[in-house]
Structures are given as C-alpha cells and as structure tokens.
Design a protein around this ligand. Structure first.
Ligand SMILES: C[S@@+](CC[C@H](N)C(=O)[O-])C[C@H]1O[C@@H](n2cnc3c(N)ncnc32)[C@H](O)[C@@H]1O
Length: 315
C-alpha cells in the first residue's frame, strides 16, 4: 500500500486523487467547508488572541479547500498545504505548499480524508495478510500492532482486522506540530463499539469502488479507527460532520433550506446565475455535506492544544 500510493510513480505522487477518481467534502463544496473552518479559526483567535495566525491542511490533495480559503480568509491568516503531491496549477500565491508541516503552528491544523490513506496492516485470523510476504500464511503481527489490536479491536484473532497504529502515529505527529490551537481530523471511520466485521479496505478509480490491488493505478483506502487516533490527555471532541458543520457556521447558514417557492425565471443577461438559483445550488451542496448516509456521517475528531474545547463543539 505504501509503495502503490507513495513510492516512485505511486498513485498520489502523480497528483491524481480527489476530483479525479473520487469526491471529498473539499471537492464537493469547498466554499462551504472554508466558511466552517473560518468559524473554527475565529474561536481559536478568541481563545489565543492575535498570535493565532496559521491554517495548515495536511494531505491537501488538489488544494480545493485552500483555494476557497484564500478567497475568503483575511490576509493576515497564513495558509499552508502539506502534501506529497505536486503543487496544483493555479493555486493562489498566498497559499504555501510543502512536503512537511511548518514548525510551531499556532492556529488550526486540519486533515480531511488524510488518515484513511495512511497505509495500514491487515490481520486475518490473527496473522498478517500474506500478500506482501509471498507466504501462504502471513507472520503474526508485530508487538506494536498486537498491543494496538488487543486494546482497540475486540475479537481480532478471528476474522478481518485493520490495524490503526500507523494512523495513530501519523496523527500524533501532526498534533505535535501545533504549538497552540485546534487540530481537526475528518474522516469516515468507526469506534471500538462498532468496528466493521467486514473489510473496509477498498480501491477507487474513475469514481467507482474497485478491488484494492496495490498497483499504483487507483486510490487505496480503509476506514479510520477515530477513537484510537485521538492523542490522550488533550481536550477532545468527536462528532459527526452533520453536527459539526452547523455548530461552526452561524445558523441558518448551513441548516436552513431556501423557501420552496417557485424561483423567478432566470433573467440575467450577463450569464451570472440569478440569486434564487445560487441559493438552490448552495442548498443542494449543504445537503450533500450534511447527508447522514454520506459525507454527513464522517467523523470530526477535534483536539485542543493550549486552549479549551470551544463550547460550540461540546455536545
Ligand atoms: C484522500 S486525499 C484527500 C485530499 C483532500 N484533503 C480532500 O479532502 O480532498 C489524501 C491526500 O493526503 C496526501 N497525503 C498522504 N500522506 C501524506 C503525508 N504524509 N504528507 C502529506 N500528504 C499526505 C495524499 O497525497 C492525498 O493527496
């Protein structure tokens, strides 16, 4: 999985991914998401004062969210994308783009659908999936993976288990890069009470799920154990996107639908959409971000460093 996604000629090195083979919240409705993140940043600013000046996205993909933030954010907010893929063409100049997080971030670190593509080990009936080893039966998991499984994946010795320790380490490093502020990981995932009984490891190509063959031609992704990822000892909130977004964006921005009266006929001669059509488009994008069966079910893990959890995110 590591080589297929991040090795030389790997899937993500080529700058493919979101917007090509699959959609994410950031590609579906970047401006709406940007507004919610600015709501989050405003709360950090309230808590920390003018020292809060960074918004860093880890796993920034095609830069869709940062481009929307560049349009909306005040000029003093420093925007930075951390990515293994090349800088997207046309990204506004104010957005920095680099391979590792800047030191001493004060503000917000956010990662949308990053952890689900951090490579992981698969254990079947107590043994590592043998594909990578060429053996008929794989070896037992490492000591680190075994202690993770014992703690986080009940019944792992029988059936399929997706080991989250590599994701935990990746997230812990991201949180360490934050001097003060909020770190937010958003992903499809599960918690200990409801681990999936069946594989969630899958491939994506041209908008469709495909078998997870590690050949560099497709995305490879598995749901994230969002509870194990949380760094212990920090103020923490875990909530669904359907709850997080309305909480961060002043109502009725994300929740209200426009009145369902017939919109006036489009008349704008200059090609701009009449206001009623814009409102309808926004409402449909909001509905996609909040859909409880879709993007709305994604989990927001929010962790606070050097400040308390904003009251809007406490359930
Ligand atoms: C599934 S995509 C999501 C992109 C974007 N956040 C979105 O929601 O549209 C995950 C991205 O994380 C990037 N990525 C994975 N591991 C990374 C790492 N260690 N550092 C920086 N970027 C990474 C991949 O290259 C890929 O672009």
């Amino acid at each position: 999985m590591s080589r297929a996604l991040y090795g030389r000629g790997g899937y993500y090195r080529a700058g493919r991914g979101p917007g090509h083979d699959f959609r994410t919240s950031s590609t579906v409705a970047p401006a709406l998401l940007a507004r919610a993140l600015l709501g989050l940043f405003a709360r950090v600013h309230d808590a920390l004062g003018s020292g809060a000046a960074d918004l860093v996205e880890i796993g920034a993909g095609g830069g869709h969210l940062l481009a929307a933030l560049a349009d909306l954010a005040p000029p003093q907010l420093r925007l930075c994308g951390v990515e293994v893929a090349p800088r997207p063409a046309g990204l506004p100049a104010r957005v920095r783009w680099q391979a590792s997080p800047p030191p001493e971030i004060t503000g917000v670190v956010v990662a949308f659908e990053w952890l689900d593509v951090v490579p992981l080990d698969i254990v079947v009936d107590g043994r590592l999936l043998p594909a990578a080893t060429g053996m008929v039966e794989g070896p037992p998991p490492s000591a680190v993976d075994t202690s993770w499984l014992d703690r986080w994946w009940p019944g792992w010795t029988q059936g399929w288990a997706e080991v989250g320790s590599a994701r935990d380490h990746a997230w812990a490093a991201a949180v360490r890069s934050l001097s003060a502020g909020l770190a937010v990981a958003v992903d499809y995932g599960h918690t200990r009470e409801a681990r999936p009984g069946l594989p969630t490891l899958t491939g994506y190509r041209r908008g469709r799920p495909v078998p997870p063959v590690p050949d560099g031609t497709r995305d490879l992704t598995a749901h994230v154990a969002m509870d194990s990822v949380a760094v212990p000892g920090l103020p923490t909130a875990l909530l669904r996107q359907a709850d997080a977004l309305p909480a961060l964006t002043a109502p009725p921005a994300l929740t209200a639908l426009p009145a369902l009266t017939a919109p006036p006929a489009p008349t704008a001669a200059d090609g701009t959409a009449p206001q009623s059509l814009q409102a309808l488009r926004d409402a449909s994008l909001r509905a996609r971000l909040l859909d409880p069966q879709g993007l709305g079910s994604h989990l927001w893990l929010v962790q606070a460093v050097g400040m308390g959890m904003p009251s809007a995110l406490i359930g």
